[in-house]
Design a protein around this ligand. Structure first.
Ligand SMILES: [Zn+2]
Length: 467
């Protein structure tokens, strides 16, 4: 009897210890994580800095934290360990200018008006941006970037900008670290946008994913050549080069090498923050503007369509001294700005006009509702929309037929088109409703008259944009 009692007590103590360890490791196991720390008077993050990292052309599913089997992202994965990770996060567009304008304004492309790269559409000054929010709070604001699309009004009102096209991640992150060395005495908001995973996919010694002499490094807009791509546009790609599986996988290895190269230099920035104890007072947001397609739906590159390989992007938020969590709810990169506002100006969130919504209630397990996710593109072709509602997604020409309807839960590859099933008519209605709602406050300005400088123009051409 005595022995039995001891066994019961031992089991009880073991179970209790196990539960304690689990709860300590993951406070959300209690079902209600509270971020009270954020709002306490003495919490250091009241005056936190912010670093927003956006990587050009980075598909979520090519990162370890999003389940990729190749080790492309050890440093990003390490940051993810104590970050809030949004497993199903979407961009508002599948090309840079449109997508980044949405992140910085929390407005959809049909609202900020940047839909097509052919017209020189730019972000008008009257849109309120993340940098302006932090300027108002006396932060130093800096944008260090390598994609010329940001020169179309997107970096308006940063107190410091540094742009250089064709600059690799090593130099971009050097520049970011240098800027921090002389500016981190003040509160700061730093945007870093590096272009490395954008084609061409350069060889980087020491990463061992690709062969130096690979033929598949430069896609042009639509492969095999830029000139053909610009001529044929998005809608006439039936005759593009069909690479076989082996060639495609070589091309993807080249792409992955650019991700690994970026990850390595991103890691140097994180180490700098840790070494200087800036990690304890800096909110880090990690995301991308759009993904890349490798013939999954008959095309290469990006911009032309709105399938998940193009609009599903990583999104992670790292809050100092608060352990993270994973979410499978569908969110959008236009949710970044309202989330920042709720962290830094909690009582006034309602006063701002955003199309996204703050993710803090989701993080804190308060009242939060998943909203339909809307994306669009008119890149080298007619305007297309996509809408994701619950597990269904519709892609449609703005003025034309439905391209596809997919069940993202059962068919994440979007291979089984349900567009002829009348059950899904409601998706088209929802899409129409949303467009009408948003069109009401569209600005009717002529977007075609903007001026851009020669260097930006040259850079755009070298990346395969414009004729
Ligand atoms: Zn881009």
């Amino acid at each position: 009897m005595q022995i039995k009692k001891r066994i019961y007590i031992t089991i009880f103590v073991l179970l209790l210890s196990l539960i304690t360890i689990l709860v300590l490791k993951n406070p959300t196991i209690l079902g209600n994580v509270t971020l009270d720390n954020l709002y306490k008077e003495d919490y250091k993050c009241k005056d936190c800095n912010i670093i927003l990292i956006s990587i050009d052309t980075l598909r979520a599913d090519h990162l370890g934290v999003y389940g990729y089997e190749r080790d492309t992202s050890p440093n990003i994965d390490e940051l993810a360990e104590d970050s809030f990770i949004f497993k199903n996060s979407y961009s508002s567009a599948s090309w840079t200018r449109s997508a980044i304008a949405s992140i910085l304004t929390s407005k959809l492309p049909i609202e900020h008006g940047i839909n097509s790269e052919r017209k020189k559409e730019r972000l008008e000054d009257d849109f309120f941006t993340i940098q302006e929010f932090f300027n108002e709070r006396n932060y130093s604001t800096a944008a260090i970037y390598t994609n010329p699309h940001l020169n179309f009004g997107l970096v308006q009102n940063f107190s410091y900008t540094n742009y250089k096209g064709n600059r690799w991640a090593d130099k971009t992150y050097d520049k970011a670290i240098n800027w921090l060395e002389s500016n981190s005495d003040n509160k700061f908001f730093l945007l870093v946008h590096n272009n490395d995973p954008h084609d061409s996919y350069d060889f980087h010694k020491g990463f061992n994913f690709s062969q130096k002499n690979s033929k598949y490094r430069r896609l042009g807009p639509f492969f095999p050549t830029r000139i053909d791509g610009n001529k044929i546009g998005c809608e006439n790609q039936e005759n593009i080069t069909q690479l076989n599986e082996e060639q495609l996988s070589e091309m993807m290895a080249n792409y992955d090498e650019e991700i690994a190269f970026t990850d390595h230099h991103f890691g140097r920035l994180i180490n700098y923050l840790k070494k200087n104890k800036l990690d304890k007072k800096t909110v880090i947001i990690f995301t991308a503007d759009h993904g890349e397609e490798f013939l999954e739906h008959g095309r290469y590159w990006h911009g032309c369509s709105l399938y998940d390989e193009l609009i599903r992007v990583p999104l992670m938020i790292n809050l100092p001294e608060i352990s993270g969590n994973k979410f499978k709810q569908k969110v959008s990169t236009i949710d970044i700005f309202p989330t920042l506002v709720e962290i830094f100006d909690r009582d006034n969130l309602d006063k701002y006009s955003f199309s996204g919504q703050s993710l803090l209630p989701l993080i804190e397990n308060r009242n939060w509702e998943e909203k339909p996710i809307f994306s669009s593109t008119a890149f080298k072709g007619p305007l297309k929309y996509s809408l994701i509602k619950e597990n269904y997604k519709i892609i449609k020409y703005a003025e034309g037929p439905i391209i596809g309807i997919y069940d993202l839960d059962k068919d994440p590859e979007e291979s089984k088109n349900l567009k002829n099933d009348p059950l899904f008519n409601y998706l088209q209605d929802s899409l129409q409703e949303l467009i009408e709602l948003k069109s009401n406050d569209l600005t009717k300005k002529d977007k075609e008259k903007s001026e851009i400088d020669e260097e930006t123009l040259e850079q755009l051409k070298s990346l395969g944009y414009m004729n």
